[in-house]
Design a protein around this ligand. Structure first.
Ligand SMILES: C[S@@+](CC[C@H](N)C(=O)[O-])C[C@H]1O[C@@H](n2cnc3c(N)ncnc32)[C@H](O)[C@@H]1O
Length: 220
């Protein structure tokens, strides 16, 4: 091999090593930030680490993201599920994300630059208000993906978020939620939706429960 080819291949390896190192540092930083957030606001954050890539991808598949146009995400945090949604969402799709923790809002503003993405400093209960306020969501969301910590909220807030999510979904819309508590959410979901499916993803530490709900019950 000529010395030029050897040095080109050395440069390529060097570049890919530094890309891997930068990615590893970014992941470590996001774990560290998450742990700090949990320490200062554990009832709002509800988890000690961001959702893994494998779980985020599973949620986007359960919600059928490659085939939808309008998506709402409740509780994006540092954005692991957000990034999976954007990677799978069609180019003419839109994603609205609802977050209440200011440091996570700052991180998302700084790290996600995508014309399909709208970040809202609003609580998850406002999901139907946004459907009414934003003409692009007027037909209802095709999918709502949630990782808000329902089991740490007051029951009335859980009911309110599920009720508003039900009103905000379009005709064939689907609500997908991630939970670490094995039993908490399903009864609330069954009160709010006619169809509720559960699946456990055991390869995460701790194992996560994924719930998918359709057909919101009509509110009196
Ligand atoms: C368990 S973390 C999940 C974060 C991220 N989606 C992930 O999967 O790593 C829960 C997130 O929900 C947010 N959250 C809590 N209550 C909320 C509310 N009422 N409305 C919107 N977001 C909320 C928290 O600030 C936090 O970012």
């Amino acid at each position: 091999m000529s010395s030029t080819r050897m040095s080109n291949s050395r440069d390529r390896h060097h570049r890919s090593d530094s890309v891997i190192a930068r990615k590893a540092l970014a992941i470590l930083r996001s774990y560290w930030d998450f742990l700090g957030a949990f320490a200062s606001a554990h009832r709002t954050i509800g988890a000690v680490a961001p959702t893994s890539h494998a779980v985020a991808e599973r949620m986007t598949r359960l919600a059928g993201i490659p085939h939808v146009r309008t998506v709402a995400e409740l509780g994006p945090g540092t954005g692991p599920i957000t990034r999976s949604i954007l990677a799978a969402l069609p180019s003419n799709g839109r994603l609205w994300a609802f977050e209440v923790y200011e440091p996570f809002l700052d991180q998302l503003r700084a790290s996600i630059d995508d014309p399909r993405f709208t970040l809202l400093a609003r609580s998850a209960e406002d999901v139907n208000a946004i459907r009414q306020e934003d003409a692009a969501a007027a037909g209802g969301f095709d999918a709502i993906i949630s990782s808000v910590p329902f089991s740490l909220m007051e029951p009335e807030q859980t009911r309110a978020i599920l009720r508003e999510a039900g009103k905000a979904l379009g005709p064939d819309g689907v609500f997908v939620a991630l939970q670490y508590h094995p039993r908490y959410l399903a009864p609330y979901l069954r009160d709010a939706f006619e169809t509720v499916e559960r699946s456990v993803y055991p390869w995460n530490v701790p194992p996560v429960l994924l719930l998918r709900a359709r057909h919101p019950r009509r509110q009196e």
